[in-house]
Design a binder for this molecule. Sequence first.
Ligand code: ZN
Length: 327
Amino acid sequence: MILEDLSAVSAPLPWQAGQWQEVHNALQAGQLPHALMLSGSAGLGKDHFALALARLLLCHQSEAGTNCGSCKACELSRNQTHGDLRWLQPEGTSRVIKIDQVRSALAFCQKTASFGQRKVLVIAPADTLNTHAANALLKCLEEPAPDTHIILVCQRPHSIPATVRSRCQQLAFPLPDTTLATQWLALIIGDTQGAGASDFLELAGGRPLLAQSLYLTDAGAALKARAAVLAELISGQVSASEASAVFADASLEELTRFMIEQLERRLRQTAQQGLNSATERVTSRAMFTLLDELRRGQAAVVSGTNPSRDLYLQTTLGRWQSVLGSA
Ligand SMILES: [Zn+2]
């Protein structure tokens, strides 16, 4: 997450009201757990939520349920100079949070808060902690320093060791309500008709912040092309090897995630329409099998297993065609 140009007040996003209320109630009751794990797909604004919560925890005079935006602590957290806030994320070109970063964060957890109030450590994305780093973190989860809050942000909680996961209170972020997300996006991109916002949201698999970044970059056009070629595979207009070309610029991780999202969308549509024939039931089962295969492929690719790119593309797109082409 880019922590520059922050506004004075960090509020949760409109679709996070439920989670925010839950955390806020716990805080008011003095029962906010010292470790929270925010989980859900990328592009839903979990980092945004973590920042809003961190700044609320550090604020000296929070009102109306968010940080005040004007106290000394808010000024420091806005400028990223608050000594009691540590934000851990992959540095430079690295894709993972390194053990040295975790060690330095542990030292941070042990020291006394500068303002004598609270300290907040945010780890985002926690999925990128390797086993050594996760084990190191375990120490401060097992023996929490007083008034220290640890917020882990992750996409795949099950990729995090159970020892770490079990010591965090879970806070799930599902896909937001489509109407709410469309309204928000339309406002952000200045789309008064709402039609463009709705297109981008669909392309982003219902994830508003991803939809926003698609709108702001050229990635939207590439995704449209990918969605189109997956549809053409189903109708038999292209072969798996022809379709591979459209994914030339995509990593295997991106490709798999995109296919999972597209398949989940189809499964949701199928669920809404109901299964009316034996053939539809068979196809639906095959779609779920394919979804499992894609998720296993995703786990393998994310964990750094490097299958042959060509073979992976051919096999995955071929399966897509054979399962959905018969639907
Ligand atoms: Zn404040």
